[in-house]
Design a protein around this ligand. Sequence first.
Ligand code: FPP
Length: 253
Amino acid sequence: MKSDLQQDVILDPDTLPSHVAIIMDGNGRWAKKRLMNRIKGHEHGSDAVRSIVTAAREVGIKVLTLYAFSTENWARPKYEIKALMMLLKKFIISQRSELSRNNIRLDIIGQKYKLPLDVQKEIDTTIDLTKKYDKMLLNLALSYGAREEITTAVQNIAKKIESKEIAVKDITHDLICDHLYTRHMPDPDLIIRTSGEYRLSNFLLWQAAYSEIFISDTLWPDFSREEFIEILKNFQKRDRRFGKVPCSTSTDG
Ligand code: FPP
């Protein structure tokens, strides 16, 4: 059955992406254009996060992954890291009732142990509080980097070989997937990047093998639910072949 927002915006539930992942870029430029401090850009970026989480749930997206802090972001000035961690903590606390009301489960991918302890504590509380919800999974990528993820997976697989739990011949695509942070979710069908940059920036490199990619020129704090819906409509028109030929040109019909 179509949800209210699906009816309003004419999205076909059968061709919706199950998993949408977003590289939220452009907070700093947004602030600079307005002669504001970069932190203001992140604050307005947090508001955009709230609105896109709601829109994604309303249209029926099953998994929404947001790249909120990369392994490389630790090299930013200390005051900016501190501000981002504070915003994150505020978001995680303030969204608790909203997530519960909307049947959304929170999880994170990345090096949780590197986050400040108070942030880890609030994350754990919210993960626990929302673990029973199943309308949508909101997955925050925090201290996340795909190369770190893959390196850790390789190390863990090697340990299992060393202890003879598995053999080299057991290494398959599925086994590798089972050792990634994303082991419990489908690969992203759609990756959106804002601010007009054409890069993946160490985001979901393994999982992006067949993702559709959409680059928006909008700076993240200005990214609206209307634009999000337009991008979903664009996705629904795409012909996803996964390396095969289109049906109409295959010999077996
Ligand atoms: C990239 O913009 C954005 C980030 C590094 C952080 C993203 C954080 C938020 C959207 C807000 C907090 C997150 C949550 C989940 C509440 P940039 O700073 O690299 O922008 P620039 O390239 O224009 O400098």
